[in-house]
Write a protein that binds this ligand. Structure first.
Ligand SMILES: NC(=O)c1ccc[n+]([C@@H]2O[C@H](COP(=O)([O-])OP(=O)(O)OC[C@H]3O[C@@H](n4cnc5c(N)ncnc54)[C@H](OP(=O)(O)O)[C@@H]3O)[C@@H](O)[C@H]2O)c1
Length: 297
């Protein structure tokens, strides 16, 4: 069963590459040729990409590519839409015609962030910025193609690859400034790429057995936390007491940041669908984050 991974040099793509690189059935595409195993190809030119994919005859395509810079997406709408939406129309139509299962990643930013109830997959989407909107359009393109698909909506992603996730940013800024202003009104669950890969493995097994149904699934750890409480948790679990006693986290509100681009406040996602469907117990975000903090010390 051949599997193509697109966007292999991103935060998630690179972690998938490291986990599966010894498997001869995996083919990794990237616009950066940082690894000799990477094949050149990305979603800005689907014609060239699909020409190469055709030769591999995959049963599954895993798309890790995305235009993920939320502020820049507002300025470069055409590019963001090309990568997060338009290209997926071509990719998913190709998957439909060739009976390929498409695994795609989306985001909590497709939800409006209003209220306090954790979002279910069936709730109406209402993105508040262009990044979220382009990801939502991408989801719709995949669904409309009628290909077999899994869309995993992730939130607050972090992992060992990629150097600008929020955990690393907090640590770096605490080291420099000792005092940080962090919002207390954005609530969600930090999602480790390790958890995503654990779920992905289960999905691959199910697809191989022809047991996987198409659908959208929220995926994040159990329990929720505000960005400021999360920063405090990072501070206490990463730094030694002697160091962190001089550090301070000030709680502010998102509106005080006067951001150009809106962020959803309520990013809480209900994960019953995925944990019931895969029969897996997903642990609290504390479990995954503690392990990660130990690994980067
Ligand atoms: N990061 C988060 O906090 C977060 C939260 C929720 C959901 N998600 C979703 O999770 C998935 C993985 O996110 P991630 O954090 O791993 O993303 P990432 O680190 O930004 O990587 C995305 C990859 O997409 C490709 N890409 C981006 N811009 C491109 C361009 N202009 N031209 C060609 N290729 C381009 C690149 O892959 P190559 O260099 O290999 O070509 C890039 O490494 C995405 O679907 C994202 O929307 C992320």
């Amino acid at each position: 069963m051949n599997i193509c991974v697109i966007g292999a040099n991103g935060q998630l793509g690179r972690h998938i590459f490291e986990k599966f690189k010894k498997n001869n059935n995996f083919f990794f595409f990237s616009s950066s040729l940082k690894k000799k195993q990477f094949l050149s190809g990305n979603l800005t030119n689907t014609k060239i990409l699909l020409k190469k994919v055709k030769k591999i005859k995959p049963k599954i395509i895993i798309n890790c590519s995305a235009y993920t810079q939320v502020d820049l997406a507002e300025l470069h709408k055409k590019k963001a839409k090309l990568i997060n939406s338009d290209s997926l129309k071509i990719l998913s139509n190709y998957c439909f015609k060739n009976n390929i299962f498409l695994i795609h990643f989306s985001t909590d930013y497709v939800y409006s962030g209003i209220g306090t109830v954790p979002w279910k997959e069936t709730f109406k989407c209402h993105p508040v910025n262009f990044y979220g909107y382009s990801k939502y359009l991408g989801e719709k393109n995949i669904i409309n193609s009628k290909c077999k698909f899994i869309i995993l909506r992730l939130s607050w992603l972090y992992g060992p690859f990629g150097n600008s996730n929020f955990v690393l940013k907090i640590i770096k800024n605490l080291k420099i400034n000792k005092k940080l202003n962090i919002v207390k009104d954005q609530i969600g669950s930090p999602t480790s790429t390790n958890l995503v890969i654990q779920i992905l493995k289960k999905i691959l097994i199910k697809i191989n057995k022809n047991e996987m149904i198409s659908g959208i699934f929220n995926l994040c750890p159990k329990d929720f936390i505000s960005r400021s409480e999360l920063s405090y948790f990072i501070l206490k679990n990463y730094f030694k007491k002697n160091d962190y006693k001089n550090m301070k986290i000030n709680e502010i509100r998102t509106k005080d940041l006067k951001l150009m681009v809106r962020r959803p406040l309520n990013s809480k996602m209900n994960i019953n669908k995925i944990s019931n469907y895969l029969n897996i117990e997903i642990k609290s975000w504390k479990f995954y984050l503690k392990k990660y903090l130990l690994s980067i010390k």
